[in-house]
Design a protein around this ligand. Structure first.
Ligand code: AN7
Length: 364
């Protein structure tokens, strides 16, 4: 028996007509998607010229990242094809989503992670959702190579974004933005790791433009971490490094698709340093109340870099037309990786449990 409720609004339910599903596809959903598009007055003021900045807060998906949009599709289709097991390589968020949706579908999930390079929150998710967790002595790119090889010979469905169902699900974020703004934004900024998401957003924007549901496509601006920037440098990075472990990727699977999105949209790919990423993460949390993980803050750091003439930016924000609508996707929740902000947590004010002392200490 299936219980449908007011909240039964996963991305397959909302966008069924635009997705590769049929009446008989078994929908495996956790009511992902329909995430908030939050106006940022302070970022809008920084951009100026009547531009408006919106944050697409993907950390509010069921497992705390945008990966749930693609995973509902990938797991539903895998189950439809009779899969008993799925496998993925991951920097942490894909594995969390795969493990959750596989649990819901009652199938086995195997995740290959780069040992020691996954935030604890994400590792905890893989375990608590019941995945088999394999930590390899290698990086994400090695893990993805192994997953591709295993997928070719074994009866295990690969649910990385090389599986086209993943990008189909992820494109729904563009649909939501178009419906909320009444048209596509002028500029879309997002972090880039394996480059699936920028490719999926572009696919979604192109699709709705083709259907007459929007009137334009945005300029796509992608930001990689400076130590993990293969697309920016136009070469594979053998030993990628960054504090933003989610995007610690040296050989992105959707490299060509990302380049196409950037070229066709008149956009750019650029880099942000770890220091810029962490500063943007703190700025967004302490100024707008939105706590995102470091990889996600790359989009905010990227917008700030584009505003700064001294930054060596690849795209100048003064090219945004007057009154532009700018969307920054923030891809994952800050609570995924609290260790990264632990230095901020050292300055507690010790006090006796006494009203007068507390008032004195807080300057009242
Ligand atoms: C928070 O989970 O690749 O460019 O294995 O977790 O589509 O790869 C995560 C990627 C951005 C980059 N922000 O997106 C994985 C994984 C967060 C992420 C990205 C990731 P893509």
């Amino acid at each position: 028996m299936s219980f449908r409720t007011l909240h039964d609004r996963g991305v397959i339910a909302r966008y069924r007509a635009f997705l590769p599903v049929t009446e008989t596809t078994p929908v495996v959903s956790l009511n992902e998607g329909s995430t908030p598009l939050i106006h940022s007055p302070k970022l809008s003021a920084k951009v100026g010229r009547n531009c408006q900045v919106f944050i697409k807060y993907e950390g509010l998906n069921p497992t705390g990242s945008f990966k749930d949009r693609g995973m509902t599709l990938a797991i539903s289709k895998a189950v439809e094809r009779g899969a008993q097991a799925v496998i993925c390589a991951s920097t942490g968020n894909t594995s969390a989503a795969a493990a959750a949706y596989a649990a819901r579908a009652s199938i086995t999930c195997i995740v290959l992670l780069p040992a020691g390079k996954i935030s604890f929150g994400k590792l905890a998710q893989a375990f608590v959702y019941g995945a088999k967790v394999v930590a390899i002595d290698g990086n994400f790119d090695d893990a993805l190579r192994l997953v591709r090889e295993i997928g070719e010979t074994e009866p295990i469905a690969v649910v990385n974004s090389i599986n086209p169902d993943r990008l189909q699900g992820q494109k729904t974020a563009s649909f939501e933005i178009i419906e909320e703004l009444g048209d596509a934004p002028d500029v879309h900024i997002l972090p880039v790791g394996n480059a699936g998401n920028i490719s999926a957003y572009w696919m979604g924007y192109e699709e709705f433009l083709g259907l007459g549901r929007s009137k334009k496509n945005p300029v796509m601006l992608g930001f990689q971490a400076a130590g993990s920037a293969p697309i920016f440098h136009k070469r594979i990075i053998e030993a990628p490094e960054t504090v933003a472990t989610a995007i610690r990727i040296g050989n992105p699977a959707s490299w060509d698709k990302a380049n196409e999105a950037i070229a066709k949209s008149g956009g750019a790919i650029d880099i942000v340093t770890d220091a810029e990423i962490l500063a943007a993460q703190y700025w967004l949390a302490s100024n707008e109340g939105i706590f995102v993980e470091p990889a996600s803050a790359a989009s905010i750091a990227g917008l700030l870099k584009s505003l700064d003439p001294a930054s060596g930016r690849a795209y100048e924000a003064n090219r945004f037309p007057e009154g532009s609508k700018i969307v920054c996707t923030v891809t994952g929740h800050g609570l995924k990786d609290p260790d990264v902000v632990k230095d901020l947590c050292g300055s507690v004010i010790p006090a006796k449990a006494e009203r007068s002392e507390i008032l004195r200490l807080i300057g009242q």
